[in-house]
Ligand binder design. Structure first.
Ligand SMILES: NC(=O)C1=CN([C@@H]2O[C@H](COP(=O)(O)OP(=O)(O)OC[C@H]3O[C@@H](n4cnc5c(N)ncnc54)[C@H](O)[C@@H]3O)[C@@H](O)[C@H]2O)[C@H](O)CC1
Ligand SMILES: [K+]
Length: 522
């Protein structure tokens, strides 16, 4: 939000696009969405305006709806003497042009609001925008509850009132919008859950900001728009599309090694090898004949013995491995953990660390510092908390900055998994991934992600691009699975089985596939 205010003042200062113009553009963009989504003439609208600039925007909308033949009942919530600048100007105009304008200062006026909400076809929510600074109570909260109770189509101005602009959290109560039109660029609160859910269909209006403002390098957080996949030469062979070595598995963890090694092939990778404890391999081989198996020495508990380190390094050279996955399902067995800490600094290939492999390096993250080749970490919030020595609550309350911090401190590409996974680069950039659904919160889904990212490296993408493409395609695969079977019952196997279709969609219609996940720019 602070960045947006900076853009605002830059727009006014440098280009003369002052706040009056910005407010007019903002109001018009909401009006345009209403016109396009439901029409205006003869329709009935309740406009709820707070006494800040969000309210000012809403009064511009009221003026335009009124002018185009809509029936408008506007309610100012709070003391109109609070208006200033362009918001005051729009309040004064709204007072003169024949709009039915009431002020709600207390519970006594709620009945008039309630009957108007019953009367209207749609509500314009301009109570709070990015100025929301604390939990909502009193009359503001009652108004939000009335809007939600009325069950009408709601167009929220900039952000659903009650959603925090920087964190997407609900500040006491929040409007459940059908549409949100946000200005300039999306705020984190428009994109992070639950804010993203409360916003309904999201539109972005650049409110006539010049591109050089929107594309400013100072903006270090973006939506994940993954790159096109590299071309597949028709004369390609297994080696052309990447050779994986997955070091994974333990006696009671058959799924992780299976999912991480097979998903590599399902997402387009060329040749997949799995180094797993000797006794585990027959069970996995029965399910994945396409993977080549390397039986490894094991401890009494059936985990990878630490004595395997030299052999793994030899195998990497012998088979000209391109990318290594280390950790899925290796268990907390001390030897497997120490094997991971021994291998991590020595693997001179792009390395993806996941699952219990992350736990192994959590006790000594410095083992990554000496690595020259890129490192990718794919923690869920619990693993991230262990990596950073903090709590899950801390991680979840500030997902973007936590991922950014981890990427910098560990000099790695970090995927903080969860609803809207966050991808952070060592250089400080962060990307919010928009594909995926709640059905993917299921055992093994993360293992499918590691093989998918590895496949993108195998196809030839730079590691940063490979992480962004892998996370997006993994989520897309889960969405295709959910579309076919519903979110409740999909399992990691479904996410795995839909990977080819997801990769195919990216090849056949990259722009269309990605655009479906992006807010519509109007
Ligand atoms: N480039 C842009 O992004 C543009 C943004 N515009 C609009 O401006 C709002 C932000 O307006 P602001 O005046 O800063 O605050 P709000 O209108 O969001 O809030 C009103 C007012 O409410 C007070 N307040 C905060 N929290 C509470 C609370 N819990 N209870 C009661 N009152 C509260 C606080 O004093 C606020 O000032 C942005 O969202 C856009 O809609 C421009 O108009 C267009 C360009
Ligand atoms: K709002």
């Amino acid at each position: 939000m602070e960045q947006m205010r900076g853009l605002d003042s830059a727009a006014a200062g440098k280009y003369g696009v002052d706040h009056h113009l910005l407010m007019e553009n903002a109001g018009h963009s909401v009006y345009y969405v209403i016109l396009r989504e439901m029409g205006v003439r003869g329709r009935r609208f309740v406009v709820v305006a707070g006494v800040g600039n969000n309210g000012g925007d809403a009064l511009v909308v009221a003026r335009k709806l009124h002018s185009s033949g809509g029936s408008v009942r506007a309610f100012v919530v709070g003391d109109p003497s609070g208006y200033a600048g362009p918001a005051l100007q729009n309040y004064e105009i709204a007072s003169k042009i024949g709009i039915k304008l009431s002020t709600i200062s207390g519970e006594a006026q709620l009945e008039e609001l309630r009957s108007s909400l019953a009367w209207c076809d749609a509500v314009v929510d301009g109570l709070f925008g990015t100025g929301l600074s604390r939990d909502i109570s009193g009359i503001h909260r009652s108004v939000i509850e009335e809007i939600n109770a009325a069950g009408r189509t709601v167009f929220s101005v900039d952000i659903p009132s009650g959603i925090g602009g920087n964190d997407g959290r609900i500040y006491g109560a929040a409007v459940r919008a059908t549409y949100t039109v946000t200005f300039g660029l999306p705020k984190l609160g428009n994109i992070l859950y639950p804010g993203y859910y409360y916003g309904g269909k999201l539109f972005v209006s650049h409110i006539s900001f010049p591109p050089e403002l929107q594309d400013s390098p100072d903006i270090r957080t973006e939506l994940n728009e993954p790159p096109e996949l590299p071309w597949r030469p028709p004369w390609g062979h297994k080696g052309t599309f990447g050779k994986l070595l997955a070091v994974a598995g333990a006696r009671n963890y058959y799924g992780a090694p299976y999912f991480s090694s097979l998903s590599f092939l399902k997402a387009g990778g060329g040749y997949s090898r799995l180094a797993a404890p000797r006794s585990v391999i027959p069970f996995i081989a029965a399910r994945a004949s396409e993977v080549v198996y390397l039986p490894m020495d094991e401890t009494d508990s059936g985990a990878l013995a630490s004595s395997n380190a030299a052999r793994v390094l030899e195998l990497i050279d012998q088979h000209e491995i391109d990318v290594v996955v280390l950790g899925p399902g290796i268990s907390l067995d001390q030897e497997a953990q120490s094997l991971t800490r021994t291998l991590a600094p020595k693997v001179e290939r792009p390395l993806i660390l996941d699952g219990d492999g992350l736990t192994a390096i959590s006790s000594d993250p410095s083992v990554l510092r000496s690595r020259e080749k890129p490192t990718v970490l794919t923690p869920h919030p619990g693993e991230m908390a262990r990596l950073l020595g903090t709590s899950v609550g801390e991680v979840e309350s500030n997902r973007v900055e936590t991922a950014r911090r981890a990427a910098k401190e560990l000099n790695s590409y970090v995927v903080l998994k969860g609803a809207h996974s966050i991808i952070a680069y060592p250089d400080g950039r962060a990307f919010i991934n928009m594909s995926g659904n709640s059905g993917m919160g299921t055992a093994g889904s993360g293992d499918v992600l590691t093989g998918t990212i590895a496949a993108m490296i195998g196809l030839g993408l730079d590691v940063g691009d490979a992480v962004r493409a892998g996370v997006f395609i993994h989520g897309l695969s889960g969405d295709l699975a959910a579309a076919a079977k519903g979110e409740d019952g999909i399992t990691a196997e479904d996410v795995l089985q839909w990977l080819p279709a997801a990769t195919k969609a990216m090849r056949e219609d990259h722009d269309g596939t990605v655009r479906r996940y992006m807010p519509e720019v109007i």
